[in-house]
Design a protein around this ligand. Structure first.
Ligand code: SAM
Length: 219
């Protein structure tokens, strides 16, 4: 019989092989992070055995932890280096922030729902993620006091790209965010250089809404 941690380690390995590598994610840092972060601890106990499935799961408050593949795709698209400071908007369960924290120097993550913010903060402490800084706030306007960031990831769908976030991106910085209506979005990557910004469409996706001053005004 496997102990629980062995069982989840085996499920994690299977997840990386069947859902991530097989779909073309090849950045060794991303694969390492997905092999390491105990995703089952970021969902409720009742959903633990489903945590490594190929789908999003509910985390309460009508919010979700994203499908493992989309976490991998967005993380790879950020082209993170070990000295990078990253801003995440939409902490949710905290799983994406933990994946980022395995690769980057420091992660700043903002959540607008207090119960989710508190739960994620507690888990980061428990798992010793000392390089994750949390904030309870509307994050649609970013975190100007800590800007500029080498990378910004928005894990909720915005009606359009918030200009204020582009302003908080360092020259050489990358931002990934879902943009579209509330039913479907395109995953957009923005790269900022000395000449300005470049936009790329990485394909379709579906996220819950980015609610706030620079997102959807209604919840
Ligand atoms: N990254 C999360 C994870 O790994 O579990 C998944 C995020 S979930 C799909 C989207 C999250 O964005 C929700 O928790 C939601 O409350 C949050 N959110 C939506 N609008 C926000 C805003 N303006 N500021 C901060 N968080 C926001």
């Amino acid at each position: 019989m496997f102990s629980d941690s062995k069982k989840y380690e085996r499920l994690r390995e299977e997840m990386v092989k069947k859902q991530i590598e097989s779909r073309g994610i090849a950045d060794p840092k991303v694969l390492m992070a997905l092999r390491k972060v105990p995703r089952h601890l970021f969902v409720s106990e009742a959903l633990r055995d489903q945590a490594y499935g190929d789908f999003p799961l509910p985390i309460g408050e009508q919010q979700t932890i994203s499908q493992p593949y989309i976490v991998a795709e967005m993380t790879q698209a950020l082209k993170l280096g070990k000295n990078d400071r990253v801003l995440e908007i939409g902490t949710g369960s905290g799983y994406q922030a933990a994946v980022l924290a395995e690769i980057a120097f420091r992660v700043y993550t903002i959540e607008r729902i207090r119960s989710l913010y508190l739960k994620a903060r507690k888990l980061f402490d428990k798992l010793h993620y000392h390089n994750i800084i949390t904030k309870y706030s509307d994050g649609s306007g970013g975190w100007p006091e800590e800007a500029p960031f080498d990378a910004i990831i928005v894990t909720a769908g915005a009606p359009e790209i918030p200009e204020v976030l582009i302003d908080q991106l360092a020259v050489g910085g990358r931002m990934v965010l879902p943009v579209g209506d509330q039913y479907s979005q395109d995953l957009i990557r923005i790269i900022k250089d000395e000449k300005g910004i470049r936009k790329e469409n990485l394909g379709g996706c579906r996220f819950v809404k980015l609610v706030g001053e620079h997102g959807w005004r209604d919840s």
